[in-house]
Ligand binder design. Structure first.
Ligand SMILES: Nc1ncnc2c1ncn2[C@@H]1O[C@H](COP(=O)(O)OP(=O)(O)OP(=O)(O)O)[C@@H](O)[C@H]1O
Ligand SMILES: [Mg+2]
Length: 291
């Protein structure tokens, strides 16, 4: 099956002090244009590894990624990336932080055109009144808005979000989710988002991809969301299948947790038996010698 984004047999091996370790293996997923896909899985399973490989920020060990018929071989303005924390230049204003990327991508535009693009996206994320405030003067939620505006202002073909709302309070989180969905639905930007929040995945996504535990993590299950767009939170929450899918996702995570637990128990048992071989514990007690 071909897609706007084709991730095929993606794999990543990291070098560790104990030798090479296969973290992700045979991760295959296609996204159609404008689709919103979330990645869910236990901490450390390899979600960010997949996302950074798609972003071109992390060398791919095996397989590849094709975006709009072109195989990616590094980072590019066709992919906007937003991490949990936006890493702004603290001494620059919100506007200048967004302009850093805009100036690179729209080199042929006039200074005014570039400024207007940056201001437009800051306006969209609700920072129209804070264009000239320095990053250090902005709250965490406002900084994250700048990070989102910075990514969107490049008009990427694909948006990659790594727990973008993870550090925000729940009200700001919900507000930003809705703002972002509005922009993405309008501009049909294909999106891959990592989240730990099942409800966030349900509300935002067209499909939710559940990752298995690492090492050798891969796609474990895919759930297609039945909710219509544009998404309205109350309608999604009241949808008759909302809790059905929620339960399925939680059950998947629970099952993975059990597997992880069992694997840890086995590892611990092996460690114990390696350190304390039964031959020692079962060896006959030394015979006492009378002198
Ligand atoms: N540069 C690296 N070198 C060696 N191991 C790494 C490197 N980066 C990540 N790892 C390991 O790869 C595994 C997956 O890491 P990754 O950050 O992709 O997980 P994650 O699913 O995003 O976790 P979280 O939900 O906690 O963010 C972890 O065991 C991590 O320790
Ligand atoms: Mg991560």
């Amino acid at each position: 099956m071909s897609g706007f984004v084709e991730i095929f047999n993606l794999g990543k091996t990291y070098d560790t002090p104990n030798g090479p370790l296969v973290i992700v293996e045979n991760f295959t997923l296609n996204l159609s244009q404008g689709e919103y896909v979330s990645l869910l899985g236990h901490s450390g399973c390899g979600k960010s590894t997949v996302l950074t490989m798609v972003a071109g920020l992390n060398p791919i060990t095996t397989g590849g990624v094709i975006l709009a018929n072109r195989e990616i071989d590094g980072p590019g303005p066709d992919r906007g990336v937003v991490f949990q924390s936006p890493c702004l230049m603290p001494w620059l204003s919100a506007l200048d932080n967004v302009l850093l990327g805009v100036d690179q991508v729209y080199r042929h535009g006039t200074r005014k055109q570039r400024r207007d693009i940056a201001a437009y996206y800051l306006e969209l994320v609700g920072l129209g009144n804070s264009l000239y405030r320095r990053a250090t003067e902005l709250s965490q939620g406002m900084q994250q808005r700048v990070g989102i505006a910075r990514a969107l202002a490049l008009k990427p073909r694909m948006l990659l979000l790594d727990e973008p709302f993870g550090m925000l309070d729940s009200l700001t989180r919900m507000e930003l989710q809705e703002i972002l969905l509005g922009i993405l639905e309008r501009d049909r930007i294909t999106t891959m988002m990592i989240t730990h929040d099942v409800d966030e995945a349900l509300f935002m996504s067209d499909r939710v991809v559940m990752m298995t535990n690492g090492p050798r993590a891969s796609v474990g299950a895919i759930f297609e969301m039945p909710f219509v767009r544009p998404r309205i939170r109350t309608e999604v929450l009241e949808h008759p299948e909302y809790y059905f899918y929620r339960e399925k996702m939680l059950a998947f995570l629970e099952e993975q947790e059990q597997k992880k637990h069992l694997a840890n128990v086995r590892k611990f048992e092996k460690l114990k038996s390696d350190q304390c071989p039964s031959t020692i514990s079962e060896a006959p007690l030394p015979v006492s010698v009378n002198v």
